[in-house]
Design a protein around this ligand. Structure first.
Ligand code: MN
Length: 255
């Protein structure tokens, strides 16, 4: 099994180092192609107005001067001309990617890029705060639970143009209660904090904060699972069509 690893925290991130160790137990054909610098919040952006460069850090380790999407896209085009990876794993992100984080997340978008190419893809993220405070546990839950949560995904059937978003709670591994397959929850980012200041040249600036984001803790969501101490597993689809709305919208244009 050929595995491509990537992330959005950059080639030197500790979560990627841990992911490389986990992947080495799954395969002896593990490749890394990750952004050179941190790209958290880059979403699914593809760099079109600048060239991107590929830097080699080892026999199968590369970094791209661009976004997570650039890294996966370039890897698929340039590094694997003959045989593509069988699996793309993105992470392990330092910080959760739950609910509406999904559309902002470079970690998830990198996995989505694999799914768009028809390759089974998984995004891994480690929550690092509980009740708004840093838990100081690093990647403990991910380290203890990654093998257990990955095994059924690797052994079982894989859906095309679909990816799996996995989050580990900010708990010691032995305190994690189990694994829950849940749907995407809902944040309210519009109510998140906004830091305002004045730069050294006297110009005002704004900085998006992630504190005080409101959560809707509906039953059966990723937010609830993580809040209750479980690993969350959420299947995501690349097709964003609101299928339930198709009929009603078509009727509005029918007359
Ligand atoms: Mn990140």
């Amino acid at each position: 099994m050929r595995i491509l690893l990537t992330n959005d925290d950059g080639i030197h991130a500790p979560g990627l180092e841990l992911l490389e160790a986990i992947a080495a137990r799954l395969s002896d054909d593990v490749w890394v192609c990750a952004p050179l610098d941190e790209q958290s919040g880059a979403g699914h952006s593809l760099t079109l107005n600048l060239p991107v460069r590929l830097r080699q850090f080892g026999e199968k380790r590369f970094a791209v001067t661009g976004t997570p999407t650039d890294a996966v896209n370039l890897a698929l085009r340039k590094l694997f001309p003959d045989r593509r990876p069988d699996l793309v794993i993105s992470g392990i992100n330092g910080g959760e990617n739950l609910a509406d984080d999904i559309t902002y997340s470079g970690t998830i978008s990198a996995a989505m890029e694999g799914a768009l190419a028809g390759i089974p893809a998984i995004a891994l993220s480690q929550a690092q705060r509980t009740s708004g405070r840093e838990a100081g546990l690093g990647f403990a839950a991910a380290e203890g639970w990654a093998a257990r949560v990955l095994a059924p995904l690797i052994d079982g059937p894989k859906a095309r143009r679909s990816l799996v978003n996995i989050n580990f709670p900010a708990l010691p591994a032995e305190a994690v209660k189990g694994i829950r397959v849940v749907r995407q929850g809902l944040h309210d980012y519009a109510r998140g904090s906004l830091v305002e200041g004045v730069d050294p040249r006297g110009k005002p600036y704004f900085w998006f904060g992630l504190e005080d984001v409101e959560h809707t803790l509906d039953h059966g969501t990723d937010l609830e699972a993580i809040g209750e101490g479980y690993v969350s597993v959420t299947p995501l689809q690349v097709d964003l069509t609101d299928h339930a709305a198709l009929g009603a919208l078509a009727e509005r244009y029918a007359s």
